[in-house]
Design a protein around this ligand. Structure first.
Ligand SMILES: *Cc1c(COP(=O)(O)O)cnc(C)c1O
Length: 238
């Protein structure tokens, strides 16, 4: 089932790329492992996925331990498979920064300078440069994490001062809408923000746009997503 689902998703990504004049090689499919068993995670790796995302630290630690016991640990630093990229996409509290730096290659959900500073402290200790994305709340919904589009540029400049953290791009979560086409305006806000910042600073380094989930990834791809975060469409019956 996972294999068939992935094939369908890849076809849909390719079609969305064709519609928007992009190459499907520009879009990475990140499999979201929240609420999944390690058997499911292994199945998705077996089906060719190289990017795995976790949403909660506690579950991430559990998955990592269980995968390690199967000789398939996915630790970002040191042991584990060099070919896997581990992502963290959930809300991150500063007291979990150490675990996050130890476990993840790319943290999508940085939403304060304070958190970036904390990540930098632990990254320095590990002799690592932590790759991050700045999470932007493009819809302004109160219950959503992320900085406002207006705050983003100033924060990016502050975070750029930290030598052990490197901002690779921006992330957003679109609101739930009836028609996925309606999500486009939020994805457009993120892309526009990236284009504005990079227009003023050639070395902005913001190559990643992490946007789009099971219900709206085609709209996100059409608006320039380079990473889509997919859970249900991969793991559940179509
Ligand atoms: C759960 C989750 C996803 C994946 O959602 P699906 O609708 O299952 O594809 C993507 N991004 C974040 C931040 C999530 O928490």
């Amino acid at each position: 089932m996972i294999k068939d689902n992935l094939e369908r998703i890849r076809d849909r990504v390719e079609a969305a790329c064709r519609r928007s004049g992009r190459s499907s090689g520009e879009v990475r499919i990140v499999a979201v492992a929240k609420n999944r068993t390690v058997q499911e995670i292994q199945a998705v790796i077996f089906a060719g996925i190289t990017d795995i995302a976790e949403n909660r630290m506690q579950e991430a630690l559990l998955h990592n331990r269980e995968l390690s016991e199967r000789g398939d640990g996915l630790r970002a630093t040191g042991q584990g498979r060099g070919t896997m990229t581990r992502h963290f996409i959930g809300h991150l509290q500063t007291n979990k920064a150490k675990d996050a730096v130890e476990l993840f290659d790319l943290i999508h959900s940085v939403d304060s300078v304070r958190l970036a500073q904390e990540l930098a402290v632990h990254a320095k200790r590990l002799g690592k440069v932590q790759d991050i994305l700045l999470q932007v709340n493009t819809s302004g919904e109160k219950q959503k994490f992320g900085v406002t589009a207006g705050e983003a540029e100033g924060m990016l400049a502050e975070i750029a001062q930290l030598r052990h953290v490197r901002t690779q791009g921006l992330m957003t979560i679109a609101p739930i809408v009836d028609d996925p086409g309606q999500a486009k305006m939020f994805f457009r806000v993120l892309r526009q923000l990236r284009d504005d910042v990079c227009g003023r600073r050639a070395d902005c380094g913001l190559s990643i746009l992490s946007m789009g989930m099971s219900d709206d990834f085609e709209a996100a791809v059409e608006e320039g997503a380079t990473m889509i975060r997919i859970g249900r469409a991969i793991f559940e019956e179509a």
